[in-house]
Write a protein that binds this ligand. Structure first.
Ligand SMILES: Cc1ncc(COP(=O)(O)O)c(C=O)c1O
Length: 381
């Protein structure tokens, strides 16, 4: 079976992890800041803070901005639930826009209409690795005095207007995930990048129970002294994970380059087919292709389930990204309705992600493409 996404582990990764296992620190050791420094340097931001998941990173990002009960966070309905769940954790209210049918990214035309006096944050999601128009997001945020959190869990290695995602040129904070289907992995893991020292300090506190060993409120009564100053969590990444992350990060460029080659080949092989479109690539956005979504046209979309099952029979793994978050039962119980996001629902009905990972061979890309096209032809008769 060719999966839709897959991690890539090399002998160097194994050696990096092995070397930590025989050191003094399995957690809270030097590999954490080494990984953070490498991430910040690579992306061109001042700071990086690593976490034990992208979800924890989102939670910490919103915490650092002081998001709380009554605040509103505007985001995309075409995302993984964690983007908006992290706002709910803090008592804030996620507000979902709609999406551009050609990209699956937040529709910026209707975004301003969602802003209220309670809006605090805009959280664009770079769907499938394709950056949202960050110049426009930045301009809207500036006009309404809002903060910007980029959910770049799909999009490490991408850029907008030649600015690396994670450089935070247009945002306050940028989130990455290191889950195994993502470009680089630490098993589970995530990071927040920022250029803001106050936000950085808040996230360091939040990651470890709200406890600090410097910057005290009270006079220390001994060298053992520490203070808990906020209600934080244990969201720490281990040194074992960080060692894997450091080794993986060294291959990010090669990984993204290969994904772009695969995307170019798919795009070429699917040119002018009558069954589906591929995701549009706006000029200033350079995708790092976490996913390769196909957007089935109206005659084909009702047959998506059949196509999905037939592809599986042929040994080709696919996935659908995503059932819009407001359509999830939990969100419907909170009063959200999928009907308020017609483009997102149409996107869900038409989308199917085909295999995309660096180790896919040219032969496999041809096999997947020919199989998809033949199946579409057979299904439509
Ligand atoms: C867009 C998006 N945001 C957030 C997350 C959460 O990341 P993690 O799984 O590392 O907690 C994911 C993970 O799939 C994601 O795809």
């Amino acid at each position: 079976m060719i999966p839709y996404g897959r991690q890539n582990i090399t002998p160097e990764d194994l050696e990096s992890v092995r070397s930590v296992l025989t050191c003094d620190y399995l957690t809270q050791g030097p590999k954490i800041s080494e990984f953070e420094d490498s991430l910040a340097k690579k992306m061109g931001s001042r700071f990086a803070v690593v976490f034990n998941s992208g979800t924890a990173a989102l939670h910490a990002a919103y915490f650092s901005l002081g998001i709380s009960v009554g605040d509103e966070v505007i985001t995309s309905p075409i995302t993984f639930a964690a983007t908006s769940n992290a706002a709910l954790y803090l008592g804030a209210k996620p507000v979902f826009g709609d999406v551009d049918p050609k990209t699956g990214n937040l529709d910026l035309e209707t975004l301003e209409g969602l802003i209220t006096p309670h809006t605090k944050v805009l959280t664009p999601v770079h769907y499938a690795g394709l950056p949202v128009d960050m110049e426009r997001i930045h301009a809207i945020a500036k006009k309404y005095h809002l903060k910007v959190v980029e959910d770049a869990c799909h999009a490490i290695g991408s850029s907008f207007s030649e600015n690396a995602t994670g450089s935070c040129q247009y945002s306050d904070l940028t989130i990455f995930s290191f889950h195994p289907v993502k470009h680089i992995t630490t098993g589970e893991g995530g990071a927040v990048l920022t250029n803001n020292e106050d936000l950085y300090n808040q996230m360091i506190l939040f990651r470890s129970h709200g406890i600090t060993r410097d910057h005290f409120d009270h006079e220390p009564d001994g060298p053992w002294y520490y203070e808990m100053q906020a209600l934080g969590y244990n969201y720490r990444m281990t040194d074992i994970q960080a060692a894997l992350g450091i080794s993986q990060l060294s291959r990010l460029d090669a990984n993204v380059k290969r994904r772009r080659e695969i995307a170019a080949l798919y795009t070429h092989l699917f040119e002018e087919n009558p069954y589906f479109d591929v995701q549009s690539q706006p000029q200033k956005s350079l995708s790092s292709y976490h996913l390769f979504p196909l957007l089935l046209r109206s005659e084909m979309a009702p047959h998506k389930k059949n196509l999905f099952l037939k592809l599986k029979e042929k040994g080709i793994g696919c996935q659908v990204h995503y059932l819009p978050v407001p359509a999830q039962p939990y969100y419907q119980k909170l009063g959200y309705s999928p009907h308020s996001h017609p483009h997102a629902m149409a996107f869900y009905r038409s989308e199917i992600s085909i295999p995309m990972f660096p180790e896919l061979s040219e032969q496999q890309v041809h096999f997947v493409s020919v199989t998809v096209l033949n199946l579409c032809q057979t299904i439509l008769g």
